[in-house]
Design a protein around this ligand. Structure first.
Ligand SMILES: [Zn+2]
Ligand SMILES: [Zn+2]
Length: 457
């Protein structure tokens, strides 16, 4: 057999070095100390852009390098693993905050880029706190560009109840203006102003900004902005008892019982009792709604205990109205449950992904998660199982393609180089860069080189 030998060289791959980041470049988060502070996800994306790394790969390196062993994630963060939650109050937020704080030797307090400083204002799981998708103000992005900044996502935009920009008094966008794709909080390409489906630059949109249609939305956005400004800029701390004290103070100064107070405001009394008596942490949208009704911004309600509000200024409504996206009516709940049960019974292949289902039904992902935890985890379990099998099959398929390719080339008397494998269409370039394929290809190549030299002797 005559093998045509092409020159191959051994490429030293630096990926095998366990830590690629000797240090973290402590670039400053935007808006430090103010209400316009950057969100954790936005900061992570800017850093990964700086390192020319995809966001997920960078996040994993960051957490592996800077967290103590017991806090390190056991698997890579991904879409399903909730990296969007790095802006919230849960374990991902804690991990990222700790890594940033330690990695910058305390120069940057990572916790300020998340909702952790205000966690005492929400129940422990953070219901109603964080959006699951990106929201942004295009006008603010344009201002960033004109100030030679990277367009960045403000933390106060990412609250579920936040839907307008405090400065431009317009509604936040969450869909690409060109293709309509809903935008993820962490994108594969670390540019937040670029659509991850069609690549449209959102700052090039000529659509006029949509003005906020309800005063309440504007009031809430302003209130969130002020709250964030106060905890970050002036370092106010929300203690576990702050809310209880504030509420008791209001009741006392107006000489009202919880029942009378709730009746005056037309809200349900139970949460008020829970806060006043048991010091329970509230459902955040409930608290925001309460503050709106008594017309005291959330930050003033918590920190300015001597503030007296006058009932003449209170906003009255006929019935409670939360701005939460997880709130659904009993009827919708029943029909949703039936729908979920039907899917579980039919057990379609491939299994239904919860996020696709939510998009199809035009509801928030969290609606399914909070209201139907059993159905949610069963759907998720089926999907993940199927997905793992699919990945395994793909791996097997690639390996078969490689083996066929090498055999065919050698049969034709052609050295199975990477280039030939690619040119003859056996494997695509990205597959050739995969760890398993790469080492197998090298093994084949070395073996054929060895055979060939042996032949000549
Ligand atoms: Zn704006
Ligand atoms: Zn798009």
């Amino acid at each position: 057999m005559n093998l045509e030998k092409l020159s191959t060289i051994k490429i030293h791959r630096f990926d095998f070095v366990p830590y690629r980041y000797p240090y973290l470049v402590p670039i400053k988060p935007y808006g430090l100390g103010g209400g316009e502070i950057e969100s954790m996800s936005s900061y992570i994306l800017r850093l990964s852009d700086l390192y020319s790394e995809p966001a997920y790969a960078f996040s994993y390196q960051l957490l592996s390098k800077y967290l103590p062993e017991n806090l390190r994630p056991t698997r890579k963060p991904n879409d399903a693993g909730g990296v969007y939650a790095c802006n919230g109050i849960g374990k991902w937020a804690h991990r990222f905050s700790q890594a940033i704080t330690d990695g910058t030797e305390g120069k940057i307090n990572g916790f300020n880029l998340t909702q952790i400083p205000i966690e005492n204002l929400s129940d422990k799981v953070g219901r109603g706190l964080l959006r699951s998708n990106l929201a942004w103000c295009n006008e603010c992005f344009k201002v960033d560009l004109s100030e030679k900044k990277t367009p960045y996502v403000r933390l106060y935009w990412l609250f579920q109840i936040s839907d307008s920009c405090t400065f431009h008094k317009c509604k936040l966008s969450s869909f690409c203006f060109k293709c309509g794709q809903i935008q993820a909080v962490i994108k594969k390409i670390p540019r937040q102003w670029i659509c991850d489906k069609c690549g449209a630059d959102q700052t090039e949109s000529t659509d006029p900004a949509v003005p906020t249609n309800r005063n309440e939305n504007e009031w809430i956005a302003r209130s969130l902005y002020k709250l964030i400004e106060r905890v970050n800029g002036k370092g106010y701390v929300i203690q576990a008892r702050s809310l209880q004290q504030a509420l008791r103070q209001i009741l006392k100064s107006h000489n009202l019982t919880p029942m009378e107070f709730a009746e005056k405001l037309n809200i349900s009394v139970d949460p008020i009792k829970e806060i006043c008596v048991n010091n329970m942490r509230p459902y955040f949208p409930y608290l925001a709604d309460l503050c709106y009704r008594i017309n005291i911004p959330i930050d003033q309600f918590i920190f300015d205990s001597d503030l007296l509000s006058s009932p003449e200024l209170w906003h009255g409504f006929s019935k409670p109205r939360y701005v939460s996206t997880t709130h659904i009516s009993d009827r919708d709940k029943q029909s949703l449950l039936n729908h979920l049960k039907k899917i579980l019974l039919e057990n379609p292949m491939p299994p239904v992904a919860v996020s696709h289902l939510a998009r199809k039904l035009n509801i928030d992902y969290n609606v399914i998660r909070y209201h139907f935890p059993d159905e949610y985890s069963e759907l998720k379990r089926r999907y993940l199982k199927w997905d793992a099998q699919r990945l395994k099959d793909n791996k097997h398929l690639r390996m078969m393609k490689l083996i066929n390719g090498v055999t065919d080339l050698v049969r034709l008397g052609i050295f199975p180089s990477d280039k030939k494998l690619k040119d003859f269409g056996f494997l695509i370039a990205s597959d050739l860069r995969r760890e398993d394929i790469l080492s197998m290809t090298r093994a084949f190549q070395e073996y054929y080189q060895f055979l060939n030299s042996d032949y000549k002797l």
